[in-house]
Design a binder for this molecule. Sequence first.
Ligand code: C5P
Length: 232
Amino acid sequence: MKAPIAVALDAPDLETAARWATLVTPHVSTVKVGLELYLRYGPDVVASVRGASGVQVFLDLKLHDIPATVAGAARAVSRLKPAYLTVHAAGGSAMIRAAAEAAPNTRIAAVTVLTSLAEEDLTSLGLAGPALDAVRRLSALAVEAGASALVCSPMEAAAVRAEVGPEVILITPGVRPHGAATQDQARVATPEQALAAGADLLVIGRPITAAPDPGAAAAGIAAALRRTGGAA
Ligand code: C5P
C-alpha cells in the first residue's frame, strides 16, 4: 500500500528531480511537479519523473486566466496524463468548468486562498473578513464548477470538508512530521493530524527531499501513517 503523499519535487535540476522520484515512488502514491521545474524543462519533465514506475503525477501549474485560455492550457497538458492539475479558484466558475471539461481524465484541484496571504493582504485584495470564510466560499464555488479536488491548509481541512462533503479530494501542504524543521512553513500539522482533519493527500517536500536518504524518509513517514491507519 502506498502512502497518500505527494512528494514536492522542488529540485534545482531535472536529474535531481528524477532521482528523488525514483527513490520515493516505492512508498508514496504521487509526485508533484511545480512551476519552476515545468517552466525550466518543459512537458518532458513529467515523463522524466514518472519513469517506469507509473507513479501519479500532480502538475502544480496554478492556472489562472480567461476560460478559453485555461481550457487550451488544460487540454495541452492533459496529454501528459497528470492525475491532478491545479487552477486558482479565484479564476471563477467558468474558468474552472472550462479546465474540467478540457481535461476530463485529470482531477482539477482548485487552490482557494494562498497560505502566503495574511488577513491584511486579503483586505487589500478586497477579500475582507476571516480568511476561512473566503476559503469556504471558494471551495464551494470550485466544487460546484467541477473541481474534484481542493488545495487547502491542514488548519482549514475540517471546515472545507464540512462545506464540500466526502467525495472531494482534499490536498494539504504545510505538513511536517514530528520534530522536522518547519523551514518557511508558518502553520504546520503532522501527517497524522492532517489526515485526522480530513485530508486525503499530503504534500510533503523538504522533510523528504532534503533528508540524507529521501527514500528512507518517505518510507518512515509512510510507515508512521500505516500505524495510525492512514494508508491509501
Ligand atoms: O518543502 P515543503 O514540504 O514545504 O513543500 C511544500 C510544497 O507545497 C511546495 O511545493 C510548495 O510550493 C507547496 N505549497 C505550499 N503551500 C501552499 C500551496 C503549495 O507549501 N499553500
